[in-house]
Design a binder for this molecule. Structure first.
Ligand code: C2E
Ligand code: MG
Ligand code: MG
Length: 588
């Protein structure tokens, strides 16, 4: 606080304040009848000789505002706005008409519970008629009640009412503050970690024992978590049955893991609630904090790790990249729905070659998705997403229909049924959940094709899940006169017994064995074994992934009937595929 002192006899009753920037504030009593008429605390300030500021007059409301803030007696020396250098500077600038002056300021007088809050506004007044000194009207609005209400509302907003702990907002705000003050990245580690503890199956406890017991459990749970904290750590209730802990760590992930283990350990002891003894389980996810991390994102990362902890049964530390992969899967799912509606997905056709004659024996229909922003998305990425989300049912129907109509269109262009087939992939999920035979028969009906023009590629997983159903589906497909091929053969652990019992016409040797043939003897042995197995069972064979002429000739020599691969052609658009056939068959 700056001292006030009488300045000179000529200014009896006046005081000055030495403001930091060197300007002086003079205080004097004066005529205040006009000011008293104002409904707010107000004063007149004048720019005096030598740049000093004079408080020329003030009203009773100002006296009251200041008195309630400081003492029983009004004392201009205690005028809070004169204590603050920035206020004096503001007034000076305002009176000087400085280009960038501000005419409003909020300030606090005093600290702690007794602090009062004011908004000060300045308005220009005509200058002193005698001296010409510039003057302004200073008004003061006491915002103490408002600010206190705001503060307590805010405190309420940041606190969980059941446990009295900070809530999610309070938690992430604290993380935010710590994050900005955490000025450096420690080599190989972070200084803080965020742990999210999820109390598993809490809703069951709530339902079976009532919400009062549930509340009691949450409070006891929180207390027990509190007992694991070290100085500087922070506990919050971030959701109904979810708690967040901010822990300080010195040795990066080792410390974070140790903290998580410690907490898990403490929570394994049963909880005693009145007469009851309850054993709870929890999942703990951890995210390590680095400078500049966004607090919300950090918290979500820890929540993501909780999901993984639920599966693994032990605390998990978030690894960057995992969540983004999950997010990508999620966005692919949403966008895949739209892509199907917007026709962004196309069918391409990869030629299948009769290895003995070199003629095109058919085409495999393969889905292609060109995303407007992301570009090509591989079927190895979107087919599993489609399978998980169930979208594979509509995608599969669409592919079946489109492939059949494309072949029918080629037949129509040639004016006769062409001497080749089209293979369509069927996912195990389609086999398990759709009426596949009906899907195929309606595609045949609407395209006018006969069943022998289609090959249906199924994978071993469609047998493994429900062999009984698979047998019925395979039989129904055979009844339509279609050819059934076992795709990616050798990768799916199906039993050879099923191979014998199912009406399979073709074994497609998985690309991994074909590619491996040139460098390892095992792959050659596997391919040989598959070929002789197929022969013994009366099945035909197709080798995937033929990329070189050597592979093509070796496979032909070994007796493999058909092959497909980049050596012949990559999957092609429908028109290009038809031209490929035409050029190889000598038609054009
Ligand atoms: P798949 O049915 O085993 O198809 C063969 C895959 O091998 C295709 O990959 C094809 O482009 C690729 N390929 C063929 N020759 C070569 C080669 O010489 N070298 C290499 N490196 N790759 C070759 P694509 O098109 O990426 O499809 C991947 C998988 O996605 C397919 O494997 C199939 O399981 C699935 N898929 C594609 N389209 C559909 C569809 O319409 N429905 C269903 N259910 N699955 C589909
Ligand atoms: Mg296939
Ligand atoms: Mg395959």
């Amino acid at each position: 606080m700056q001292a006030l002192a009488p300045r000179s006899p000529a200014q009896a009753g006046a005081f000055d304040v030495v403001a930091p920037e060197g300007c002086c504030v003079f205080v004097s009593t004066g005529d205040r009848s006009l000011l008293d008429a104002l409904p707010i605390a107000a004063a007149v300030v004048e720019r005096g000789l030598g740049g000093a500021l004079l408080l020329v007059a003030w009203n009773r409301r100002l006296e009251e505002a200041i008195r309630s803030s400081n003492s029983d007696r009004f004392d201009p020396a205690a005028l809070p706005m004169l204590h603050e250098g920035r206020i004096a500077v503001l007034m000076s600038d305002f009176l000087d008409g400085s280009a960038e002056f501000i005419d409003e300021l909020e300030f606090r007088d005093g600290d702690g519970l007794g602090a009062r809050h004011f908004r000060m506004k300045l308005a220009p007044l005509p200058g002193d008629p005698e001296t010409g000194n510039r003057r302004c009207l200073v008004s003061l609005i006491d915002r103490t009640v408002e600010v206190r209400a705001e503060q307590s509302l805010r405190a309420e907003m940041l606190r969980d009412s059941l446990t009295g702990l900070p809530n999610r907002l309070g938690f992430t705000e604290t993380i935010e503050k710590i994050g900005t003050s955490q000025s450096r990245d420690l080599p190989g580690g972070a200084e803080h970690a965020v742990l999210v503890v999820d109390l598993l199956r809490f809703s069951r406890i709530n339902e079976s024992m009532g919400s009062l017991v549930g509340d009691e459990l949450l409070i006891t749970f929180a207390r027990r978590l509190m007992s694991t904290l070290r100085s500087g750590d922070m506990l919050a209730r971030t959701g109904g049955n979810e708690f967040g802990i901010l822990v300080g760590i010195r040795r990066g992930r080792d410390d974070a893991r140790a903290a998580a283990d410690r907490i898990q350990q403490v929570l394994t002891q049963p909880f005693r609630l009145s007469e009851l003894e309850i054993k709870v389980e929890c999942a703990i996810g951890v995210a390590l904090m680095n400078t500049g991390d966004d607090s919300e994102e950090l918290f979500r990362n820890a929540q993501f790790a909780v999901k993984q902890a639920k599966h693994s049964g032990c605390p998990q530390i978030y690894e960057p990249g995992e969540a983004s992969a999950a997010r990508r899967r999620f966005s692919i799912e949403t966008e895949l729905r739209r892509a199907l509606e917007k026709d962004e997905i196309k069918l391409f056709y990869q030629p299948m070659i009769d290895l003995k004659s070199g003629r095109v024996s058919g085409f495999e229909a393969l889905a292609r998705w060109t995303h407007a922003d992301r570009g090509e998305i591989s079927p190895t990425e979107f087919i599993p997403v489609a399978e998980e989300s169930g979208l594979i049912l509509s995608l599969g129907r669409w592919a079946m229909d489109r492939a059949a109509h494309t072949l029918a269109g080629w037949d129509a262009a040639a004016g006769r049924p062409l001497p080749f087939t089209v293979s369509v992939n069927l996912s195990a999920i389609q086999v398990a959940r759709d009426d596949v035979a009906n899907v195929v028969s309606s595609a045949l009906r609407s395209s006018g094709l006969t069943g022998n023009r289609l090959i249906l590629e199924l994978t071993e997983s469609s047998i493994v899940q429900d062999p009984g159903r698979a047998i019925r589906v395979f039989d129904a497909l055979k009844a339509l006169d279609t050819t059934v091929a076992m795709d990616d053969f050798g990768t799916g652990y199906s039993s050879l017994a099923y191979l014998q019992r199912l009406p399979i016409d073709v074994l497609k040797i998985d690309r991994s064995f074909v590619t491996g043939m040139m460098r390892d003897a095992d792959s050659v042995a596997i391919v040989r074994a598959v070929l002789s197995l197929a022969e013994a069972l009366g099945m035909s064979t197709t080798a995937e992934g033929i990329e070189t002429v050597e592979l093509a000739t070796t496979l032909a020599t070994l007796g493999c009937a058909n092959g497909q691969g980049y050596y012949y052609a990559k999957p092609l658009e429908a028109d290009a595929a038809f031209e490929y056939w035409a050029s190889r068959s000598g038609t054009v």
